[in-house]
Design a protein around this ligand. Structure first.
Ligand code: NDP
Length: 505
C-alpha cells in the first residue's frame, strides 16, 4: 500500500465514504495526461478579419493574448480602431445587400452546414486553442464547448431553408447587419450562439471577441475562408471595450447582441436607446440550486459540483447559491466537502483536470476580494487542501456555509468557483430565497417529485430552470434571463426570432 512516493503530492485525503480509514492519504496519483499542443499551430500574430481578408488595424496597434495557466504570451493580435469598425460594418452591409440577403435560404444553408462540418473536423484544434487561450480544462472544451458550438451551426443550418415555415402566417426578413459582442468564458460557443442564427436568417455580422480570448474567433475566421463564405458575411474585429461601444453605436448596424456583465449591458442599452436597433442582452446571474430532502443526494452533489465548479464557475448561469432543505443540510454539505476533495485543480491541458485557470488576473482579483468579504462578513469558508500551480491564475474550489442572504457572496455575481450554501424549511421559503436576487437567469431543483418541480417552477423568476440536472445546453432550447440578467433569448426558434423582422404575408 502507501509509500511516501505513491501519496498524492497534494496530500489529498480520501472521502470517508471510500472506507480507507481515517487520515490515510490517497494511495495513488493520476499519471499526467497532457493533451498535445502540436495539434494547433498558433501563429505569432493575427490580424483583423474584414471583408474576407486578414488585415492589420488602421493604426498598426496590437495587443497580446496570454495563456492564463502560465501567464505566457500566446500571440499578438491587431487592435481594431473605429476606422476598422467602419470598414467592417461597410463590408457587412455590402455583403448583406448584394450577396447574403438575396441568396436563397437553401444556398445559405449549404454554407452554414459547411461551417458546422469544418468545425467538427477541426474540433481538436479548436479545443486545444480554446483551452490555451481561456484556461478552461481541455475535457470541457473538447466535450462541451466545441461540440455544442458546432451543434448550433448544424441546428441553424436546418432553419435557413425553412424560414417561411418557422413563423406561421408571417414572412421572416433578415434585420441586416448584426453587431455582436462576446465574453471570455465560452468564446467559441458564444460566437456560435450569435453567428449561427444570424447567418441562417440572412444577416451579416461584425463580431468583437473579448480581449483575453480572441484566438478561437480568429481561427473561426479561417474556417469561414475554408468554407468559401462570401467576403464580408462574417467580420471579426478584436479590440478593447470602446471598440465594442463604437460597433454597437454604429449608425449602419441593425441588430445588437451582447453577452457579458450587467454593467456593460446597461451602457449598451443606453447607447442604442432611441434607435431602431433590435437588442438582446445576456448578462449576469446568481442562480439558486435548490435541493429538497427527498432528492437523490449523491446525484444532487454531482449536479451542484457541475453547477458551480464547471468552467471554474465562470458561467453566467452557474448555480452559485445552494439552497438546501434544513433536514438534509448537514449530510449534503458533508458529502459535498468529500467530493470537493477529489476535484483536480491545475493544468487545463491535462485531461484529468476538473478545474482549470481563472481567465484573467482582474477576474482572479475580483474572486479573491469577494471571498475575503465572505470571511469578513462571518460566513464559514471551506477549501480542499489541493496544491495550486505556482504560476498562472488559479483559485481553489470554495464553499461557504453559514451564509446570510445579506452577505455580498450571496448577492453579487462572483464568476468563480465559489459556492454559498443557505438553508430553507419549506418550498415557499425556498422560492422566496431563490427569487431574492436582482438577477433571473437560471435555477436548479432537486427532488423526486415532479409535482414539486412544477409548483416551484411556476413561482420562480428565472429564464432556465433545470430539474435534477444542471448546466444542460442544447441548440434547440432557448436561453436567456429576466431582470438584471437581460432580455431576449438565444437558441432554438426564439434565437432565430431575434434575427428576423416579421411581416404579414
Ligand atoms: P465585460 O462585460 O466587460 O466584457 C464582455 C465583453 O464586452 C467583452 O468583449 C468586452 O471587451 C466588451 N466590452 C467591455 N466594455 C465595453 C463597452 N463599454 N462597450 C461595449 N463592449 C464592451 O465583462 P468583464 O470581462 O469585464 O467581466 C466582468 C464581470 O462581468 C465578470 O466578473 C462577470 O461577473 C461578468 N461577466 C458575465 C458574463 C456572462 O456570460 N454573463 C461573461 C463575462 C463576464 P474587452 O474584453 O475588450 O473588455
Amino acid at each position: 500500500m502507501s509509500t511516501d512516493k505513491s501519496v498524492a503530492p497534494s496530500g489529498a485525503r480520501p472521502p470517508a465514504s471510500w472506507g480507507l480509514g481515517g487520515g490515510q492519504a490517497i494511495p495513488w496519483e493520476y499519471a499526467p495526461a497532457p493533451e498535445s499542443r502540436d495539434i494547433v499551430q498558433i501563429r505569432e500574430h493575427y490580424g483583423l478579419f474584414i471583408d474576407g481578408r486578414e488585415r492589420e488595424s488602421s493604426d498598426g496597434g496590437t495587443f497580446a493574448t496570454v495563456d492564463p495557466s502560465t501567464e505566457q504570451q500566446l500571440a499578438t493580435v491587431s487592435k481594431a480602431t473605429t476606422a476598422d469598425v467602419d470598414r467592417a460594418v461597410a463590408a457587412a452591409r455590402r455583403a448583406q445587400r448584394r450577396v447574403w440577403g438575396p441568396m436563397p435560404g437553401r444556398e445559405r444553408a449549404k454554407y452554414v452546414f459547411r461551417i458546422a462540418r469544418i468545425m467538427a473536423e477541426r474540433a481538436r484544434e479548436l479545443a486545444v486553442l480554446e483551452t490555451l487561450d481561456s484556461g478552461k480544462p481541455i475535457k470541457e472544451s473538447r466535450d462541451v464547448d466545441i461540440p455544442l458550438a458546432a451543434a448550433h451551426f448544424w441546428y441553424y443550418a436546418g432553419w435557413a431553408d425553412k424560414l417561411e415555415y418557422a413563423f406561421p402566417g408571417r414572412v421572416a426578413r433578415p434585420l441586416g447587419v448584426a453587431a455582436q459582442i462576446i465574453p471570455w468564458n465560452f468564446p467559441l460557443l458564444m460566437l456560435s450562439w450569435k453567428i449561427a442564427p444570424a447567418l441562417a436568417a440572412g444577416n451579416t455580422v461584425v463580431l468583437k471577441p473579448a480581449s483575453t480570448t480572441p484566438l478561437s474567433a480568429l481561427l473561426f475566421a479561417d474556417i469561414c475562408r475554408q468554407a468559401d463564405l462570401p467576403p464580408g458575411v462574417v467580420n471579426i474585429v478584436p479590440g478593447p471595450g470602446d471598440i465594442g461601444m463604437a460597433l454597437v453605436s454604429h449608425p449602419d448596424v441593425n441588430k445588437v447582441a451582447f453577452t457579458g456583465s450587467t454593467e456593460i449591458g446597461k451602457k449598451i442599452q443606453r447607447a442604442v436607446a432611441g434607435t431602431d436597433k433590435v437588442l438582446t442582452l445576456e448578462l449576469g446571474g446568481k442562480a439558486a440550486n435548490i435541493v429538497f430532502e427527498d432528492a437523490a443526494l449523491d446525484q444532487a452533489v454531482e449536479g451542484i459540483v457541475n453547477g458551480i465548479y464547471f468552467n471554474q464557475g465562470e458561467v453566467c448561469c452557474a448555480g452559485s447559491r445552494l439552497l438546501v432543505q434544513e433536514s438534509v443540510a448537514d449530510e449534503l454539505v458533508a458529502r459535498l466537502k468529500d467530493r470537493l476533495a477529489t476535484l483536480r485543480v491545475g493544468d487545463p491541458m491535462d485531461k484529468n483536470t476538473d478545474v482549470g485557470a481563472i481567465n484573467n488576473r482582474a477576474q482572479l482579483e475580483k474572486i479573491t476580494e469577494l471571498v475575503a468579504s465572505g470571511v469578513a462578513e462571518g460566513a464559514e469558508l471551506y477549501q480542499p487542501a489541493c496544491q495550486l500551480p505556482e504560476r498562472g491564475y488559479f483559485f481553489r474550489p470554495t464553499l461557504f456555509t453559514n451564509v446570510a442572504q445579506s452577505h455580498r457572496i450571496a448577492k453579487e455575481e462572483i464568476f468563480g468557483p465559489v459556492l454559498s450554501v443557505l438553508t430553507f424549511r419549506t418550498p415557499d421559503e425556498a422560492v422566496e430565497k431563490a427569487n431574492n436576487t436582482e438577477y433571473g437567469l437560471s435555477a436548479g431543483i432537486w427532488t423526486e417529485k415532479a409535482s414539486k418541480v412544477f409548483a416551484m417552477v411556476s413561482a420562480m423568476k428565472a429564464g432556465v430552470i433545470w430539474a435534477n440536472t444542471f448546466n444542460r445546453f442544447d441548440p434547440v432550447s432557448p436561453f436567456g434571463g429576466y431582470k438584471e440578467s437581460g432580455f431576449g433569448r438565444e437558441g432554438g426558434m426564439h434565437g432565430l426570432h431575434a434575427y428576423v423582422r416579421l411581416e404579414d404575408r
